[in-house]
Design a binder for this molecule. Structure first.
Ligand SMILES: [Zn+2]
Ligand SMILES: [Zn+2]
Length: 140
């Protein structure tokens, strides 16, 4: 466990509590991905993650309990070896994908938008007005 240079804006943990983490800085908006991989990892119609800069996440406990699973395509996920709960996952662009549903005290978060909406099942209903994209969002 390392000490953050500033207070945490949010903390989170896995279901069994073995793995926990903190995030510093302003919390980014939550983004939803409705692709088949994210649906399987979350068990529902989409995942919900915050994209956090690499140096803004601090592991508080359980870093040795993290397991990763990668598909041949390179798509991968990280989870707790004991309870299987998705945990922050370092994405290909050096940012953490932090599961929004595992944050403590449910901070108020803006919504960034929805990607891979073309893969969304009909029973998963989007209830916000944030931008929606059939697959990846257009490059900024
Ligand atoms: Zn766990
Ligand atoms: Zn996805």
């Amino acid at each position: 466990m390392s000490q953050p240079a500033e207070p945490f804006s949010a903390t989170g943990r896995c279901l069994c509590g073995q793995v926990s983490w903190g995030v510093t800085g302003r919390l980014p908006p939550v983004g939803f991905c409705h692709c088949s991989q994210c649906r399987r990892v979350s068990g529902t119609g989409s995942n919900a993650v915050l994209s956090v800069k690499a140096d803004r996440l601090v592991w508080l406990s359980g870093e040795t309990a993290l397991k990763a699973y990668a598909l041949p395509s390179g798509w991968s996920t990280t989870f707790c070896e004991t309870c299987g709960c998705p945990t922050p996952h370092l994405g290909p662009h050096g940012r953490w994908f932090v599961p929004a549903g595992s944050l403590d005290d449910q901070p108020d978060l803006a919504i960034a938008g929805h990607i891979f909406v073309a893969d969304k099942p009909g029973w998963a209903v989007i209830g916000d007005e944030a931008p929606r994209f059939p697959a990846w969002p257009p490059k900024a």
